[in-house]
Design a protein around this ligand. Structure first.
Ligand code: ZN
Length: 327
């Protein structure tokens, strides 16, 4: 059996695992990003974790087809350059792909974390077989990955797919990216929570207050969902409002790209039916008839391991492309 190595680099944790060609994981391990002080220590850590992972499973490097890495932010795929890593202050423009390939002697591919997730969902998950698809993640940030005409669409400087930074209003809250009124500035985790706290402070009655025993700093999207499942009207309204805003953003994309599927993952997607119904309603109301009728909005399937499976899928995708161009 031949294996791929998937690496999922996040702000808090780095996960890695061996992945077979059917997306089964083996030897999964997680280590804390912040346990490494600085760029060099982190690169050394990744190298030794990968070597250790391979040998601990009784394998040799030559049994590994390739290493796929998903990293946050824009990634220059030619050199696998990751521009920034939150929590690693001296990490600037690091050609991680080139470095790892040299040190490990295995092909390495690096791309944005949501791009690789989109590939994972198309090969093995909720987007299986889709030719035109947008995959978005709703969480602390709002990310996106685009599959167009069966290919991952990366854009002219590898920065495409940023659904979270599509503006949905003329004026509005300031966004982390420096702009205003982006989707993320309304529906990123912290913005949802901030809105809920403000409403409660101005007298809104809700079960959420009881669930956090009055400590409003403990409010999370999970708590809001718990209240919603217990039929709290306010919590339901929160998710309907989030869904409406996401849906308005998506309606523009649906008109622009006429894709067949939108796959939605990330922590906030766990809000479930009320959120998805609201998203679908907004798309139906706002997008043009034909593309609105065509598009299906579904929940991501790969769940917690989507980053790892996606990273490994990137290797399959890139090698398939190489084979096609050779033939
Ligand atoms: Zn933005």
């Amino acid at each position: 059996m031949q294996y791929l190595v998937g690496v999922d680099i996040g702000g808090t944790n780095i996960k890695l695992a061996l992945v077979d060609k059917k997306a089964n994981l083996r030897g999964k391990r997680t280590f804390s990003t912040t346990s490494f002080k600085g760029k060099t220590a982190l690169i050394n850590g990744i190298v030794s974790q990968i070597e250790n992972l391979i040998s601990s499973q009784g394998l040799k490097k030559k049994g590994i087809i390739g290493i796929g890495i998903g990293a946050p932010g824009a990634v220059d795929i030619r050199t696998g350059t990751v521009h920034y890593l939150t929590n690693i202050p001296d990490w600037r423009e690091v050609p991680l792909g080139t470095i790892l390939k040299k040190r490990l002697g295995i092909p390495v591919f690096v791309d944005n974390d949501v791009n690789v997730m989109a590939l994972g969902e198309v090969y093995f998950g909720a987007g299986k077989g889709a030719v035109n698809m947008l995959c978005i993640t709703l969480g602390t940030g709002v990310g996106g990955g685009l599959i167009l005409d069966g290919k991952l669409y990366r854009g002219s400087s590898y920065a495409a797919g940023e659904f979270g930074h599509v503006p949905i209003n003329i004026d509005g809250p300031r966004c982390n990216c420096g702009s205003w009124a982006c989707v993320e500035a309304y529906v990123g985790n912290s913005y949802i929570v901030k809105g809920v706290v403000a409403d409660i402070r101005s007298g809104q009655k809700t079960l959420i207050t009881k669930l956090v025993k009055g400590d409003l700093s403990k409010i999370t999207p999970e708590i809001i969902s718990e209240a919603e499942r217990k039929n709290d009207k306010f919590a339901k309204k929160v998710w309907m409002d989030v869904g409406n805003k996401v849906g308005i953003g998506l309606a523009g994309v649906v008109n622009l790209l006429n894709m067949e599927k939108i796959v939605i993952g990330g922590g906030v997607a766990e809000a479930g039916k009320v959120l998805f119904d609201s998203i679908k309603k907004a798309i139906k109301l706002r997008a043009m008839k034909l593309p609105a009728k065509t598009v299906k909005v579904v929940k991501a399937k790969l769940g917690y391991d989507s980053g790892l499976i996606g990273a490994a899928t990137l290797v399959l995708y890139e090698l398939e492309k190489e084979n096609v161009s050779k033939n």
